[in-house]
Write a protein that binds this ligand. Structure first.
Ligand code: ADP
Ligand code: MG
Length: 592
């Protein structure tokens, strides 16, 4: 029998869509506080948020006669018609959060507006009003959510352990604290303060207060079309993406499009892991689809190729500049997440090197502004404080790295070349540099040659192991398409009668051997990327190992490297050279 659900049941089902876990309730409530113009937000949870969530803000508050209305489904003060939907600037607009959360918990709200002498206290159980009374209160709103999903046992089962739920909430509040660096955040878990930010508007300091590896002197400013922010040099990465924060029009989002754009921007310079990034992306509201799923952070861009390309270009300009050369003292994988309490201590914003980024930051148009502009009158004071600062746009220089300023200073361990630049010395790894030079020459040659083999006077043979022989004998097309004249010669042997025109005989020999060594695991459709990878691996074998270079050879190598499209890393993503700043040296000698 088909029947229309009563509204109570319908509410509980709908609530499940918006509120899946404690972290989704916290997200909605904090967004409400931000929309209310709060400059201070305290988030407290117990039992992973399952038993207790408290959000206290100093925002505009809710008038007593509107308090009950706020809990009705589709009750919102933020839009009034469909046409407003295209121009949404507030974080909430569906008017569903309070209705949903109150339907599946025991909720208490205390709120007072600035122009009322007393506030109001509402208690709701499972969406039903239990009590409503006037009460003394500070300006702002406190919402306490207890026993989440107490009346929906099926939902409750899907929640993870207290620790997992608590860390999801903490992570979320950290992300808010970074984006809304102008708002003071405090996070309390089981009566312990996990972190507190200053709310002074300094994004990097806020990020650094939470994550020790986000450190101003390691981040490179990024500026491009509709995008700005910071990324780490390719040597500073994490094993997961937790050091990446993407904001679109004030909303923290998850986006494979942005991730792809970011990764591509490094053009293969990352050896392992994921770079750190804080990216602010602006889009016309009509170019994004915020309506995919109310509970998720995923966003859909209507011009996604353009967005991805803009990100790639901006990140690429930043990491290909001189600032993208990994610093010697920073070349290591960033530590995994340190406990937040410990990280709070390491936040020392007084460091010299942070100043330049902070200056740069100050010049940025605050991303919060767009949102703040839409806030009600009580938010105006906070917004003005931000606007008061004169907008000084400092242009960041992304001049390409200047090899011509380098002066040869020495050669150590038969491997490392020391060069001096204006205020830094650079250490080149001759093998990594060689690989890069070979790789680009081969790729260029491959793309531009006729692929007609150059016959060799004396054909040579290549012996391989039985397994390689069996797997490769019917797959010689890859090498042929590069310009090899190669055939199965029987008995675990291949014979080469012609080589690509862009390789010397010696290179062609080494390359083909490397190809066989590395090909097994990558064998698949011979598309362009598989071939790229094979070339990348094979050219390693073409590089001379442990050779002591003459000064002439060194200057040839550096010269060729400087002509590469990406001189900064070998094809496997290892740096070709690193930088030691004079500042670091002086600091090590305690001169600074
Ligand atoms: P939405 O945020 O989509 O409008 P909600 O259900 O989250 O819907 O909130 C309903 C309304 O309650 C909001 O539009 C706002 O007017 C009011 N409100 C909710 N939380 C707060 C708060 N912390 N401070 C002031 N007003 C609030
Ligand atoms: Mg809301």
């Amino acid at each position: 029998m088909i029947k229309v659900l009563d509204s109570f049941t319908a509410d509980k089902i709908a609530a499940g869509e918006v509120i899946e876990r404690p972290v989704s309730a916290v997200k909605e409530l904090v967004e409400n506080s931000i929309d209310a113009g709060a400059t201070q937000i305290i988030v407290e949870i117990r039992g992973g948020g399952k038993s207790y969530i408290r959000i206290t803000d100093n925002g505009c508050g809710i008038a007593p006669d509107e308090a009950e209305t706020a809990f009705l489904r589709h009750a919102t003060s933020k839009i009034s018609s469909v046409s407003d939907l295209d121009e949404i600037v507030s974080l909430g607009f569906r008017g569903e959060a309070l209705a949903s959360i109150s339907a599946v918990s025991r909720l208490t709200m205390v709120s007072r507006t600035a122009d009322e002498a007393t506030g109001i206290k509402l208690v709701m159980h499972g969406g039903r009003l239990v009590s409503s009374e006037r009460t003394g209160a500070n300006t702002g709103t406190t919402i306490i959510v207890e026993d989440l999903f107490y009346n929906t046992p099926a939902r409750r089962k899907f929640m993870k352990s207290d620790a997992r739920e608590a860390s999801a909430v903490t992570e979320l509040v950290q992300q808010f604290a970074i984006y809304y660096a102008g708002i003071k955040f405090m996070m309390i878990n089981n009566s312990r303060t996990v972190f507190a930010t200053k709310g002074d508007g300094d994004v990097i300091a806020a990020a650094g207060a939470l994550y020790p590896d986000i450190h101003a002197d390691r981040l490179i400013p990024v500026e491009g079309d509709m995008i700005r922010g910071y990324v780490s040099d390719p040597g500073t990465t994490r094993t997961n993406r937790k050091g990446q924060f993407f904001f679109v029009n004030g909303r923290l989002v998850d986006s494979p499009v942005i991730e792809k754009g970011l990764t591509d921007g490094y053009s293969g310079r990352i050896f392992s892991g994921h770079p750190l990034a804080i990216l602010f992306i602006d889009q016309e509201p009509r170019d994004i689809d915020v309506n995919i799923h109310p509970g998720k952070r995923e966003i859909r861009f209507l011009r996604q190729d353009e967005v991805r390309q803009n990100i790639t270009d901006a990140v690429n300009a930043a990491v290909m500049s001189g600032r993208g050369v990994p610093e010697a003292f920073a070349v290591r994988s960033a530590p995994e997440e340190a406990p937040a309490a410990e990280t709070a201590k390491t936040a020392d914003p007084s460091e010299n090197a942070q100043r330049s980024i902070r200056d740069y930051l100050r010049g940025l148009e605050r991303p919060e502004e767009a949102v703040q502009a839409s806030r009600d009158a009580s938010a105006a004071a906070a917004a003005d404080a931000v606007r008061e600062e004169p907008a000084q746009y400092e242009s960041i220089s992304h001049a390409p790295f200047d090899f011509s300023e380098l002066v040869f200073k020495g050669y150590v361990f038969d491997t490392y070349i020391i060069m001096q630049g204006e205020d830094s010395l650079y250490v080149f790894d001759q093998h990594a540099a060689h690989e890069r030079v070979f790789y680009e020459r081969f790729m260029d040659g491959y793309r531009n040659s006729t692929h007609i083999p150059q016959p060799v006077l004396t054909p040579f043979t290549i012996n391989v192991s039985a397994d390689v022989y069996l797997s490769e004998r019917n797959h010689l097309d890859g090498l042929r398409s590069m310009g090899y004249d190669i055939e199965d010669f029987g008995d675990r042997t291949f014979i080469v009668r012609g080589v690509p025109e862009y390789m010397t005989l010696e290179e062609a020999d080494g390359f083909a051997r490397g190809w066989f060594e590395g090909s097994g695991e990558l064998r698949g459709g011979m598309n362009e990327t598989v071939r790229d990878k094979l070339i990348m691996r094979s050219c390693k074998s073409a590089v001379k190992a442990n050779d002591s270079l003459t000064e002439k050879e060194i200057s040839d190598l550096i010269g060729k490297l400087s002509e590469c499209g990406n001189p900064f890393s070998c094809p496997h993503g290892r740096p070709t050279f690193i930088r030691v700043t004079s500042y670091e040296i002086e600091r090590s000698f305690r001169r600074k």
